[in-house]
Design a protein around this ligand. Structure first.
Ligand code: C5P
Length: 227
């Protein structure tokens, strides 16, 4: 029985997709709905955790019982996630789709069409990798979970990403984006850095995958009261 197995724990979940501003009205974004992250937040509340949900551009109602921090860009998300992680977090689950790149130059004024001139190219610079940063810094007693969407060689690509990001668990979606984004159901394999066998999660509600993820997190938490 896992009903209240996260009581006394603080867990941080990121959800949604970041927007990287070009000018005051335009941005580069992605199609993440936030459904998986919100399912993680709801199930963690149900299991007794104190939940900080860092939500980027999600059109979903706040989950009851979670503290919701709304952010827009990857830089905003980095600050909010690191602050929450440093607030005694027992686990951080990065379910958000974080933009890998952002426009190099933000224009304070709306970009205009100039008659007779073609469009200017958009130069991009790399965003910080929040998951890799969490994985690279010392995090004793803190379980770090990442997500990956792989279309082929799921296990090999997943293993490589797990190692590269330094996280404890990696949830690999086995399907293309069109079969995951915005849908209420999901299918995944959960890989662990500690060498335990991959956990296959058949297609089902995102809540079911969320519960499997929390099972895997809970199994890796130090017993309550151990600093
Ligand atoms: O490298 P890739 O984007 O496939 O990794 C996905 C995982 O890394 C997700 O958990 C995502 O939240 C996280 N990520 C991040 N910061 C980035 C890019 C991805 O935390 N800049």
């Amino acid at each position: 029985a896992w009903e209240r197995d996260l009581a006394g724990r603080h867990v941080v979940v990121s959800a949604g997709g970041t927007r990287e501003a070009l000018d005051p009205v335009r941005f580069l974004g992605n199609r993440s709905s936030g459904l998986q992250g919100y399912a993680l937040a709801r199930t963690a509340v149900a299991r007794g955790a104190r939940v900080t949900l860092v939500a980027a551009n999600v059109a979903l109602p706040d989950p009851a019982g979670a503290r919701v921090v709304r952010v827009e860009s990857a830089e905003d998300m980095r600050k909010a996630v690191l602050a929450a992680a440093d607030d005694g977090a027992d686990a951080v689950v990065m379910a958000a789709a974080v933009a890998d790149f952002r426009p190099a130059d933000y224009r304070d004024a709306k970009i205009k069409k100039t008659p007779g001139e073609g469009p200017e190219p958009i130069r991009l610079v790399q965003n910080p990798d929040i998951l890799a940063e969490l994985g690279a810094r010392p995090h004793p007693g803190q379980v770090i979970v990442g997500f990956a969407a792989e279309t082929h060689d799921v296990l090999a690509n997943g293993r490589a990403k797990l190692a590269r990001k330094g996280c404890d668990l990696l949830v690999v979606n086995q399907v293309g984006a069109e079969l995951t984004f915005g849908r209420p159901d999901n299918e995944a394999v959960v890989l662990a850095a500690d060498g335990s066998a991959p956990v296959q999660v058949p297609r089902g509600p995102k809540e079911d995958l969320a519960d499997v993820i929390w099972d895997q997190v809970a199994a890796r938490l130090a017993p309550p009261g151990v600093p």
